[in-house]
Ligand binder design. Structure first.
Ligand code: ADP
Ligand code: MG
Length: 323
């Protein structure tokens, strides 16, 4: 690979979880309804992602791995509108530059697909293969040719945890899609994709967590709040099970955490750290999800209104549930 590709790669591909994130986002963009992720050794051994999306034509396969190759932008105007979301045609180029990668893809209605192997970004020849509709990308030996990066990788267990957390977020923000995660041969996450948040919670956060959910739904001042709150799991003295989404995007917000916890406390519920999966929807002009696409901070134009919407919705719904 060229040096410039390796430098660009370092910015896009920080760790295995960033590879998973980019590849799953591509699968979602491709219209997939089922997305299976299979990793070994925290993704450092292998990351394999299979989707049932639109697929890529055999002749387009090598092109998809070129830098700035994207099928998602057509005019300079699009670029302005979309650049902040990271649709820049960099992900596949970056990932293949620092790994051994094999892609197999078949378009809808075609009986034959094609596969391509790239080593350090260098493509071999495209081969015709039989394959189901969709795309499978298998990334092996991540960072094998960038020893400096390899040296700074954390333990496999930390990488596994990061990927699990990411898959939980993706599952909870897309209840209409079916996700699966296999870690070293063991299936640890599987969601139904039936469009119900409760099913996604069950599949992503586990049966124990899903057992005691209280549905929450309400709105105030044009801000709608919908989801579930629950007793924290035993032994979880933390806020690790609080998931807040603002307009579909996972955020960390001290404001929403305290609105939740105060609503919970006002109902005299036990446990200091309730768990929750709450989707907050409000007009985009009232929210500033910060600058950097990877950041999860958020700023609200009307903080009091957001606090009240969450607080009173949680309070009312807990009261109604008899909690
Ligand atoms: P971007 O997503 O910014 O367009 P990527 O480097 O992530 O850039 O992907 C390059 C192109 O490869 C995409 O624009 C898309 O056309 C194609 N592609 C990537 N992944 C898939 C997939 N899973 N299914 C179908 N097409 C894909
Ligand atoms: Mg992409």
């Amino acid at each position: 690979a060229h040096l410039s590709d390796l430098i660009a790669a370092g910015e896009v591909v920080e760790r295995p979880a960033s590879v998973v994130k980019e590849l799953v986002e591509n699968a979602i963009d491709a219209g997939a309804t089922t997305i299976a992720v299979d990793i070994s050794r925290g993704g450092m051994g292998r990351i394999r992602i299979t989707d049932n999306g639109c697929g890529i034509a055999p002749t387009e396969l090598p092109t998809a791995f070129l830098r700035h190759a994207t099928s998602k932008l057509h005019t300079a105007e699009d670029l302005g509108a979309i650049a902040t979301l990271g649709f820049r045609g960099e992900a596949l180029a970056a990932i293949c530059a620092v790994s051994r990668l094999e892609i197999t893809s078949c378009q809808k209605g075609e009986s034959q697909g094609a596969s391509l192997f790239l080593e350090g970004g260098v493509p071999q020849t495209v081969e015709t293969v039989g394959a189901p509709q969709g795309t499978t990308i298998c990334v092996e030996d991540l960072f094998y040719n960038t020893p400096a990066r390899l040296k700074f990788m954390r333990k496999d267990s930390a990488e596994t945890a990061a990927i699990s957390g990411l898959m939980q977020q993706l599952s909870l923000s897309h209840p209409d899609l079916s996700f699966r995660l296999k870690k070293d041969g063991q299936e640890t996450l599987q969601t139904a994709g039936d469009g119900k948040l409760q099913s996604a919670i069950y599949g992503a956060l586990g049966a124990d967590f899903a057992k005691t959910l209280v549905p929450v739904k309400g709105s105030g001042d044009g801000i709608s709040v919908e989801g579930f709150v629950t007793q924290p799991l035993k032994g979880r003295g933390s806020r690790g099970m609080q998931f807040f989404f603002v307009n579909g995007r996972l955020v960390k917000s001290a404001l929403m955490t305290s609105a939740l916890e105060e609503g919970y406390r006002a109902q005299l519920m036990k446990g200091r750290f309730p768990g929750c999966v709450l989707h907050i929807t409000l007009p985009v002009e009232l929210v500033d999800v910060n600058v950097h696409p990877a950041k999860t901070q958020v700023k609200f134009a009307k903080e009091k209104a957001v606090f009240d919407a969450v607080f009173y919705t949680v309070l009312d719904c807990l009261a109604k549930s008899g909690g």
